[in-house]
Design a protein around this ligand. Sequence first.
Ligand code: MG
Length: 395
Amino acid sequence: MKPSPLLIATALALGFAAPGFAASSGPRFYGDPPDDHHPWAVHDGNRPQPKTVVPGTFSSADQPGRPPSDAVVLFDGAGLEKWRTDKGQPAPWRIVDGCLQAEPGTGKILTKELIGDCQLHIEWAAPRKVEGSSQGRGNSGIFFMDRLEIQVLDSYQNVTYADGHAGAYYGINPPMALPVRPPGEFQVCDIVFRRPIYQGRQVLDPGYVTVFINGVLVQDHTPLEGAGGHRQRTKAGPFPEKGPLSLQDHGNPTRFRNIWYRELPPRPAEGGTDGYLTAEAARAKRQEIAAAIRQDAATLRNPANPLPQMLRLMESLVYQIDPAALEQASAMAMAHAKSIEGLPPAQLAAKKDEVKNLSDTYAYLIKSKILPADFAPQSAFERIIRAQGWDKKPR
Ligand code: MG
């Protein structure tokens, strides 16, 4: 169900969406209120807007695409200034036809910058000339935090152990499919990496890796079990907050292009406020939202038109019952209801929408146990609405 245009229009006219507060224009007093694990109401108009990202373009066989606007570019064909050896020397790999080509025997290369949770985009091509077999064919790898490897391998009509194929979380989880193109052609690889989060020895979030190759899902939110590795079964454990991304030299001149990443927002386990929160975190965020709205309400003070401030104060109560705010808003509502009750009949008709909308708001707050069931302004409005026949459906 969507909010009716009338409800939104009236809400705006009444000052429900005040300027200066987290660019928001959604409905208020509408969806189920915040609860013990969600600091926002359902469809909350106060919830910050997602950031705007200008999307990039997709790659073709010959041409790498353009990254989205918030991507950090690690390699775009121009240079290797973002990369180093593990001894901190300039990266010795070659740039061939705008592609980054592994230089066998020189060792892995690592990003200079440290990267945490991310969405990584990378494209790779196994050598066109097929040499070797199994793990010896077109082998490289994408290492997160220089630890766990998402395998890069020429898996096209090549048999090897399943957990060593292209797209494997190497040594731990095989790719669910092998949607690979023939050697020499670029494979488009998109990875979502979430590191494990620990509090002491307690796992708050095991961390996950999700991988698409050429648009086909090959790792589906696979929980992390340590770095993985050759012949070794590793155990889950903490990772650093950030680390370098590295590309493996496994003796094959694998090529890479169009490498970029986007930082990901924090999860609830590390202070993020979207998702299912602990009761403690939800309470803290609700207090913060309520305080910001109360502050905004103070800027709306206007004795000639007290409704915007009153409604904003009532909004704050949805997140946290602050006795002073409750008392102030209730007193304003009482005074307003009295002024409506005192109107001569001829002037009352003009207040129909205002009264009905406020009555809906009070009903929401009563239902949410924020206002008492016998809230006097609501009783007054219900009497007026019945007496005026405003509760009857138009014929
Ligand atoms: Mg490898």
